[in-house]
Design a protein around this ligand. Structure first.
Ligand SMILES: Nc1ncnc2c1ncn2[C@@H]1O[C@H](COP(=O)(O)OP(=O)(O)OP(=O)(O)O)[C@@H](O)[C@H]1O
Ligand SMILES: [Mg+2]
Length: 589
């Protein structure tokens, strides 16, 4: 499945384009099953028409003419027809459901693959709930639409055709009366479909918003309670719940409205058949059996016809969902590898920033023409006030963001020219916000190193001064930490993150406030461990507590994205500039 073609947004909204794309990329792989399903559907359609056809011999031959020769044959044929219809119906339902579910599963997988590889900057602009609702709500809509449409088109349409053939065969004039009424059904179908598509888009957005509110308020439940803002949160969520409710009711009304319209049309068809049919029988142009068989066909056509009208509604809902899915899927990532990118080879781990200019998507320029030299194997510290750009600089190294201008080199290789995997595998990153998965402590430590042995995991925990608290917890290394590690203290979480970086054993270390949640005692023991870890590696560390960084080989002092002072702790104190001031202030407090 390729996704090379980049459609224009206008092409994107065309029903035809969407249907074609869904068919080409997601339906085509299931050609074999689809073919089988079509055969089954044709069988069902033929059997349905034959059932109506059988009314004629039953009435004319068995009931009126009392033809005893057919006494066993007709019921036997009826049983056979129903048997074939039943078996074909089973396979058709099963195969269609299979194809529909498979298409959705494939779409979800493709969308997920796309999203997880996407730029951080783009993903951060979307809410997690908005994205989640794409996967859950949108694709659920699409699933419903696909099943209904494929089944509808392949089952109901052949059935309608089969019945029409029978009707024309029985009496073409009577059939003509019916068929003139059927096109009248088209107008409401189109009208309802349009409204459905509009409401569906709104519903998806509202559901995403509701998800966001729930996630936020329940996720920050401690804040909510401490500020006693429960009622405000209830208000906020009620408003959103009500908005979703209103849209869903509107959709239900449109969906339900198709029903009376179709009932009325059905009534008109049957009335026409009765009036015209009686006329024909009275003139002896038709037998009672032929008429009843025709009437049965006309009545049988009503159900598939009605479901064809609902197909359009759910198809429109589904297409609205498909459109949003494809729009997201077609958004190209900008942080990508070049074709034929080489592996990064880290020999010493020297990092150079050459005239790097970087601005966030909102236009905020975080660094301008920054030149920074981080010698191989040294411990380099970035210090400076909050908002000076320290984290930003760190984030540029694993290419979480790309500079607007200039470039960054590791051992003389531009990071934009090497593969993303080799770049990121060579970097160990520990940040202040520790991300833990709802898994065991051991698995959390081994998150980036799935092949690590238990001994290695335990050693990493010891090095990160995490071993003691881990073995004291209920199940030791097999303790499940809960969502975001809520069962652990901030310092414990940070130590797990450090153990994780230790296990990764990368030649370049980026530590962004890695020890900020630790008390002085643990910080000291971890600092010793980190010092061991940093030996022989290039480390770039950010810390507000200058005591953590004063033994660095080089300290860069940042202000507004610019290096304003550089030197060792001693040299900078002697300089008596920005750093010396910062240091004095911290000493006093
Ligand atoms: N995702 C973002 N989008 C837009 N602007 C951002 C983003 N992240 C950071 N900034 C801005 O870039 C500047 C530098 O931020 P950065 O996070 O690098 O500061 P910092 O030195 O790490 O500060 P702190 O010590 O508080 O962590 C700040 O002015 C900040 O507002
Ligand atoms: Mg920061």
């Amino acid at each position: 499945m390729t996704r090379q073609n980049q459609p224009t947004p206008s092409a994107n909204s065309h029903t035809f384009y969407l249907v074609k794309r869904l068919m080409r990329e997601y339906l085509a792989p299931h050609k074999g099953r689809l073919f089988m399903a079509i055969i089954c559907m044709i069988l069902v359609a033929v059997c349905t028409a034959l059932t109506a056809k059988m009314i004629q011999p039953i009435l004319d031959e068995l009931l009126i003419n009392r033809n005893e020769a057919l006494f066993f044959i007709v019921p036997a044929i009826v049983v056979l027809i129903f048997f074939i219809k039943g078996v074909a119906g089973y396979f058709q339902n099963y195969l269609m459901e299979y194809i529909g579910q498979r298409m959705i599963a494939d779409l979800q997988t493709d969308l997920y693959k796309h999203v997880i590889h996407h730029d951080l900057a783009v993903l951060q602009k979307q809410t997690v709930s908005g994205l989640t609702s794409r996967f859950i709500y949108d694709l659920h809509q699409l699933k419903k639409a696909l099943s209904n449409t494929i089944t509808g088109v392949l089952k109901d349409v052949p059935m309608i055709l089969g019945l029409i053939v029978l009707m024309v065969h029985q009496n073409w004039m009577l059939a003509l009366v019916c068929l003139t009424i059927i096109p009248l059904a088209a107008a409401p179908i189109v009208y309802f479909g349009r409204r459905m598509r509009r409401y569906s888009g709104g519903t998806q957005e509202e559901m995403g918003a509701l998800g966001g509110i729930l996630r936020e308020s329940l996720g920050h439940i401690r804040q909510v309670k401490s500020f006693t803002t429960e009622n405000r949160e209830i208000d906020r969520s009620s408003r959103s719940i009500h908005a979703v409710f209103k849209l869903l009711v509107k959709m239900a009304r449109v969906r339900a409205l198709s029903s009376p319209v179709m009932e009325l049309l059905g009534g008109l068809i049957i009335a026409g058949v009765i009036m015209f049919g009686c006329h024909l029988i009275w003139q002896n142009q038709m037998t009672a059996g032929e008429f009843m068989s025709f009437l049965t066909a006309a009545m049988s056509i009503y159900r598939p016809l009605k479901s064809v009208t609902s197909i359009n509604n759910s198809l429109q809902e589904g297409l609205a969902a498909a459109e949003r899915t494809f729009t997201l899927m077609d958004q190209p990532a900008t942080i990508t590898e070049q074709a034929g990118a080489k592996e990064l080879k880290v020999k010493n781990g020297e990092i150079n920033f050459n005239n790097v200019t970087f601005a966030y998507a909102d236009g905020h320029t975080a660094t301008q023409n920054l030149n920074l030299h981080i010698p191989a194997g040294k411990k380099v510290a970035l210090v400076g006030a909050s908002g000076a750009g320290k984290s930003t600089i760190l984030n540029l190294i694993p290419r979480f963001y790309d500079p607007k201008d200039g470039h960054i080199e590791i051992d003389g290789q531009k990071i934009a020219d090497v593969t993303l995997n080799s770049l990121r595998q060579n970097i160990g990153l520990v940040t202040q916000e520790v991300a833990l998965f709802n898994d065991t402590i051991a698995n959390n430590i081994a998150y980036g190193s799935p092949l690590a042995s238990r001994e290695q995991i335990e050693q990493a925990a010891k090095d990160a001064a995490a071993y003691d608290f881990i073995i004291q917890s209920e199940n030791g290394f097999d303790t499940v930490v809960g969502e975001d590690g809520f069962s652990l203290s901030g310092g414990q979480r940070q130590r797990i993150a450090i153990a994780r970086a230790m296990l990764k054993n990368a030649p370049i270390l980026l530590l962004d406030e890695a020890t900020s949640s630790l008390d002085t005692q643990s910080e000291k023991s971890i600092q010793d461990a980190l010092n061991t870890l940093m030996r022989g590696r290039t480390s770039l560390i950010v810390a507000h507590r200058l005591s953590t960084t004063q033994d660095a080989d080089i300290i860069h002092v940042l202000d507004h994205g610019q290096v304003v002072e550089t030197g060792t702790h001693k040299e900078l104190l002697e300089k008596d500039g920005v750093y010396a001031n910062l240091y004095k202030m911290q000493q006093q407090s």
